[in-house]
Design a protein. Sequence first.
Length: 300
Amino acid sequence: MKKAIIYTLLVLGCWSVSSCKKETSVENGSTGNFTAVINGTPWSAAAGQEQATITQGLINITGISVTNQEISISITDTVAGVYTLNYISPSLAAYANLDSTNLGAFTTSQSSDTTKAGGTVAITDIDKVHQTVTGTFSFNVYRSADGQQRTITSGIFEQIPYTTSLPSGSATDTVTAVIDGGDWAGQSVQASVSDGTLTLVGALSNGSQSIALIFPASTAAGTYSLTANNVTPSYIAVYDLVSNGINSADPGVSGSITVLANNTSTQQINGTFQFTTNDPNVANSNHSITNGYFSVYYGQ
């Protein structure tokens, strides 16, 4: 479950990773400032590569530097205050090098040792008139796959413009399914590739419900059973529901992804999927996703 939450927050909350690379923009006519120090080296988000969303009880602030180093912070609340990030916190911060051949992200939740992972984020101001968010942060992030750590200090985000809905993406991109017997269609569809892994997400425009599929971008036509995230190659599906400010990211425990066609020249892929979710330790986590279909462009 924790891995699924990490995936979903990084994909949904950090929506700007794909949308900024495809279409750089700064909302509301404002400019922001997003800086930190990573292992003693100054970091700052590039112009147009800093973005925030406040949707369905969640705050996300994401920035990408000119060297494609990303910091993303997701807070499970929508008011100013000081938030603790640790192994059991529902809030999460992550760091990733988008150019790295190592696909794993560093997060504040991958170790119970507070010297390795965890810290605080202070949301000092949410300006609802100009729709900007301001705050500070300091935390350690850890990657359990290889035991590496990053220390992020002196973090500041100042007057970052925020939106209250997700970007629509291309009108030709589609993600549809039947969720627990009801027809569903993603209103905001995004797809991007990082180090050979394709991540595609269909979501409602307010971010309250989404489906994420993660698998190799080079996948040929065929049917592939879902795997655990530490299996290579990985085929992962996650269903996410936000209700009353609670984020429930449920990974598929059984099911499959079928690629019908993948044109790596035009970077267009389409296929079908179906999966079920069931975490015995989490209430209301049983979901059935059937008749899934996707057709997306995954170029930059």
